[in-house]
Design a protein around this ligand. Sequence first.
Ligand code: GAF
Length: 388
Amino acid sequence: MSAAADVAARATAGFRQRYGGEPAGRWAAPGRVNLIGEHTDYNDGFVLPFALPLRTVVAAAVADDGRWSVWSELDDEPVEFGPAEADEPGRVDGWAAYVAGVVWALRAAGHAVPGARLAIASDVPVGSGLSSSAAIEAAVLAALVELGGLDLPADRWPRLAQRAENDYVGAPTGIMDQSAVIRGRPGHALFLDCRTEAVELIPFDLGAAGLAVLVIDSHAPHRHADGEYAARRKSCERAAKALGVAALRDVATGDLEAALARLDDAETRRRVRHVVTEDQRVLDTVELLRAGRIRDIGPLLTASHASMRDDFEITVPEIDTAVEAALAAGAYGARMTGGGFGGCVLALVDADAADAVAAAVAAAYADRGFTAPGTRTVLPAGGATRLD
Ligand code: GAF
């Protein structure tokens, strides 16, 4: 059985075991990596993520009592909640908060959400920075929209799922992850303008170019990731205010030096420099990909990493070690992907060199006494969908 079929079978088996009977359908949403454009989304800037072939599957059916019951492989017993808990952000916590958050966001937008029984299985690793939470949000959203016959076109799902995360769960994230896992398409990276939500699918045919993206899970524990993320976001918002712009996206690359000269503390200058240069690197990467020059994006990926390490200060030793080892082993470029303080690194490599690069990273980890990394090659996959 393929990995995708296996996770779907696990969701169905979970449904039958917990609730009895058959689900009305199964809906899936993937994890994501971000090729480039980190911490630019909440600055109204540009990102270039793609959906992963790792998926979360929800097997679901309407519940006539108007309540929600949700089981996942992460727990033995289902979590249950009704409209009262769903309408009060924070009342449901843990992984089930992402489900309650979607119910809340739908109801807050005026939709008549049907009660439902849901069973969730997933191949998206939790805590690796591959957006396991956005995958849950998107799969549950797809299920509830269809079960309830709700009038909600898919291009409005990312903002709604983001509200679930921001306002119900309480994580001040941007719109990248939800967009990637909903709007991603096979063979393409998703070039997203986070201000307008305009999307362009950029062909990213690694196989035809003899290339691979190696995703290296640093297995580094997330250290204070939530607080540090919120602090970075606040710092960017303060800087935008000080510069008299709506968001840092409005600082043009050519105006960066003048803008930096107007800021009086060095840390804020570093934060602003990261965001403004990172937006430009996304645009440059898109230009190269449009021209079919995939290998040439390598230096931009590596420059993005240096900017996250030195200016945004969101990397950790395990992450920097993975990047350095991958580059030393011949990767065209490598960078941390996601919010930071752990999570994954991606490296652009020749397909036939992927194993050697993975082995070099593992050896560097062993030398430094780090927990062994996880490695896998990935291709861009499709976004949230109904399976059957
Ligand atoms: C996390 C957030 F959820 C995204 O919105 C984004 O800000 C990312 O970190 C950093 O680019 O994944």
